[in-house]
Write a protein that binds this ligand. Structure first.
Ligand code: URA
Length: 287
């Protein structure tokens, strides 16, 4: 079986965060002999040699121009200067040290992913363990469900933008696994980064995933009953609060799925997207 560049990239993407984590957390650092590195290089498909040079960050950024849709403003030469500004902002975000306790616990800062010209922005609470290792938001189980919601809306992850209120994984007590919710003070410290991303990306609609994201954005707690399915606003941008996909994973009834879907239909309407009869009927109880 021959190795394709895609296979190799996949293996590299899976290996890099593990090596980084070992480098950070273990006393015995991972080592490779010169011979094994040469053997590895010899086994690369020829088209790969250039792109596997040392890279400063394992993040697969969806901002690279190949990943933008041909119809995006960048592809058609209409960049309003935001790409350069976003690059500068990204550098600052990735090296942020505002929360010293998170600087020591994180593997990396999770900047966000997607189209810098996105009309739709999803905002979650904070990276979990997998996101911290991979440097990309919403890639665990909840993220996979979010990707399904995005596809049901007839978008791809590359067309929209996904970010979190808190850009570092909340630290866990020694020896404890899992994830904890970000604290209000942590979110308040981090929020200016997201606000700057929003000001540059200029989405037409923001979806806040879960009450923690709503609280992070608006600065005070709310209840789902009060806010879900209603239009709020963040810095002049229409904001739709809905359930976090992790909630849907715990509550897999048609009725709960439909609530989120109703919210997404409102979002599609606000964005002026065509909605098919099939889309309107998703998750309705059968008569
Ligand atoms: N949950 C979130 O709120 N954000 C992520 O990136 C992953 C899970």
């Amino acid at each position: 079986m021959s190795t394709t560049p895609d296979d190799f990239q996949e293996a590299l993407d899976a290996t890099l965060p593990i090596l980084q984590s070992m480098t950070k957390n273990l006393r015995a650092k991972p080592k490779a002999t010169r011979t094994s590195l040469e053997n590895l290089k010899a086994s690369l498909p020829p088209s790969f040699e250039k792109s596997t040079g040392p890279s400063e960050e394992p993040i697969k950024s969806a901002e690279s121009s190949e990943q933008l849709k041909p119809t995006s403003p960048v592809a058609s030469g209409n960049d309003d200067g935001r790409l350069a500004k976003l690059e500068v902002l990204k550098k600052s975000i990735l090296s942020c040290t505002r929360c010293p306790h998170l600087v020591t616990s994180r593997t990396q800062v999770v900047y966000g992913v997607g189209n810098p010209f996105a009309e739709l922005l999803f905002v979650g609470e904070a990276p979990g363990e997998e996101e911290d290792l991979r440097g990309e938001p919403f890639i665990g189980k909840a993220g996979q469900l979010l990707t399904k919601i995005i596809s049901a809306m007839e978008y791809t992850r590359e067309e929209i933008f996904i970010a979190n209120v808190l850009k570092c994984r909340p630290d866990m007590p020694e020896g404890e696994s899992g994830n904890r919710k970000p604290k209000p003070a942590e979110m308040a410290t981090c929020l200016p980064w997201l606000t700057q991303q929003i000001e540059l990306i200029k989405p037409k609609v923001i979806v806040a995933l879960g009450l923690t994201a709503v609280e992070g954005l608006l600065g005070e707690p709310h209840t789902m009953r009060d806010v879900r399915g209603k239009w709020l606003e963040y810095h002049g941008v229409p904001l739709m609060p809905t359930y976090h996909p992790a909630y849907l994973l715990r509550n897999q009834t048609l009725a709960e799925k439909r609530k989120v879907w109703d919210d997404m239909l409102l979002v599609l309407e606000k964005l002026g997207r065509p909605i098919s009869a099939k889309q309107r009927g998703y998750f309705l109880e059968k008569a």
